[in-house]
Design a protein. Structure first.
Length: 565
């Protein structure tokens, strides 16, 4: 099985990633660039990381700065070079060569240099070495033929010693180095660039050449701060990140109901757009407050307001973010969009995320980035940012300012298609008032409402109300209150009328029931009287029949008596 060349990790965040593991072990690497781009710092950090993290001693050979100067410069990074040197893990060698020292009888001989280098290497058992800078060493050579030969000789000497070498060089006019030869001799060539575009400084690094190894071919932004160098290879990631079905509440109960009852998907991207004053930052703060209450860490990147101003403003709607800041759950990073270029903003966010490890990231507002780049450039930058956050399952919320007169369903950054959930806030003017409405334009992967809501900022937070549809359309604010009061009065009148009708019906029913009772009583009396008369008639008939029978019997008796007489 064929394997690639052995790599020597630099320990510099991001640089090992774009070099696929580090610099070529036992081979020379040329680091070139203009003044102030960070060549010396990269070489020094390569040695420091090797000594501290990889147990690989190193030698820093300087042809310009003295050891005390280097010690003071590196102290700004929190590293004590004197302690490293005293521990035997690092050596600093300052070499000053005159032309007479390397020119012997018309020939050029570097043996004196090799002897000094060898002594410094042996003193600490070095496995890494930095030569800073090569122009100082070879500046006196008369022609390119000699220069190329001596360069090759130096590089072969370093390889023979098995040293992983970093050699710094100054940028030429049309070549990567001043002489234009070093890049052909070195096994790996790294170019550092410090450019100014529209008065904004950006540092970038590019691996131009790497024999025997794949590497990142693009330019990548890098930072130099109190922690040293960080290369941040933030390119557009493949669309292979995992997704989650877990829901995270928005911080507004009725908004969660509009989103199917659960809130946003974890790891999704949310865009809140609207004109000035519609409540975008308030909605973002509600989301942050809810996340902190769940015990999650939140990173709030403020491109417009200071942390103190954000905390003060949110208190007016009943949201106190200060306890979360004090407790370490919320980190608010303020930065003017014009402070640096787009790539450096992206690099700064990348580093902040890797340091703080948040579950929620808010950028408020992303539309400010259009002041330092075109809409297409901002979209490309935000695309990479969204992919990066999704790869870490971080839920991201972006606010975006829409300018008055623009199409409502469009943003200055044109990233609405990248957002998983899009909320639009807008003002509605009526009866001398401006009132807010919220639209849920889309929310991928979930059943969601298509109804607008009235958006209210109260001293208890955000409230969403069902919109009122009047004869003239949607009513909000005072117009809604007046209409609701009118409707309540009309409803009360109708209720009173209904109650009066009910009472009248009840009286009528009682009268009818009373008449029915009376008629029933009269009918009963009449029936009783009729029954009495019938009974009397029946008794009379019986008596008459009895009398007739008695008289008949009497006549019979008298007739019989006459016959006997």
């Amino acid at each position: 099985m064929t394997t690639g060349i052995e790599k020597c990790p630099t320990g510099i965040p991001g640089l090992d990633e774009i070099t696929a593991g580090g610099l070529p072990r036992g081979r020379p690497t040329l680091v070139c660039g203009g003044a102030g781009c960070g060549k010396t710092l990269l070489g020094m950090e390569f040695l420091i990381r090797g000594a501290l993290d990889c147990n690989e001693p190193g030698v820093f050979v300087t042809f310009e700065e003295t050891p005390p100067e280097l010690t003071r410069n590196v102290a700004s990074l929190g590293v004590d070079l004197d302690a490293l040197v005293a521990s035997g893990r690092m050596a600093i060698k300052h070499i000053q060569l005159d032309r007479s020292e390397i020119e012997v009888a018309g020939d050029y001989d570097l043996e004196g240099l090799f002897i000094q280098l060898g002594n410094a290497i042996d003193s600490v058992g070095a496995r890494r070495i930095v030569l800073d800078t090569i122009e100082t060493l070879f500046g006196s050579f008369p022609n390119e033929t000699i220069l190329r030969a001596e360069l090759q000789r130096l590089f072969r000497w370093l390889k023979a010693r098995g040293l992983t070498a970093v050699i710094t060089g100054e940028r030429g006019d049309r070549t990567y180095t001043r002489h234009g030869l070093e890049e052909y001799v070195a096994d790996c060539v790294i170019v550092l660039d410090h450019r100014i575009v529209d008065q904004i400084a950006t540092r970038r690094v590019r691996v131009v050449k790497y024999r025997g190894s794949v590497h990142g071919p693009d330019e990548y932004p890098f930072l130099i701060d109190a922690d040293g160098i960080s290369v941040l290879p933030i390119t557009s990631l493949n669309l292979t990140h995992a997704v989650s079905s877990e829901r995270v509440p928005s911080g507004v109960h009725r908004l969660d109901a509009l989103l199917g009852g659960g809130g946003y998907y974890r790891g999704s991207s949310i865009l809140v757009s609207g004109t000035a004053g519609t409540g975008k930052s308030s909605l973002a703060a509600s989301f942050v407050d809810a996340a902190c209450r769940r015990g999650e860490r939140c990173l709030y990147l403020a491109l417009e307001e200071s942390p103190a101003q954000i905390v003060r403003n949110m208190r007016s709607i009943g949201i106190d973010l200060q306890p979360w800041v004090d407790g370490g759950k919320l980190q608010i990073l303020p930065s003017r969009s014009t402070a640096c270029g787009l790539e450096l903003h992206l690099a700064t966010i990348h580093r902040a995320v890797n340091r703080f490890h948040p579950q929620v990231v808010v950028i408020d507002p992303i539309s400010n980035l259009t002041t330092i780049g075109s809409a297409l450039e901002v979209r490309a930058m935000l695309t990479r940012l969204i992919d990066f956050l999704k790869s870490l399952q971080i839920t991201a919320l972006f606010t975006s300012l829409n300018h008055a007169g623009n199409t409502l369903e469009a943003t200055d950054t044109h990233i609405s298609s990248l957002a998983d959930t899009w909320l639009l806030l807008r003002d509605v003017e009526s009866n001398g008032e401006r009132n807010r409405l919220l639209y849920l334009l889309k929310s991928r992967g979930m059943a969601h409402s298509n109804q607008m809501r009235e958006f209210l900022l109260t001293d208890r937070g955000i409230e969403l109300r069902d919109v009122y549809l009047g004869t003239a359309g949607v009513l909000t604010g005072t117009a809604r209150q007046v209409q609701e009061s009118t409707e309540k009065a009309e409803t009360l009148v109708r209720a009173q009328e209904v109650q009066a009708r009910r009472r009248d019906i009840e009286r009528r029913r009682e009268v009818v029931e009373a008449r029915i009772l009376m008629l029933r009583a009269e009918s009963a009396a009449e029936m009783l009287e009729a029954e009495t008369l019938i009974a009397q008639a029946e008794r009379s008939e019986v008596l008459l029949e009895t009398d007739r029978s008695a008289r008949a019997t009497l006549r019979k008796d008298e007739a019989a008596a006459g016959e006997r007489a």
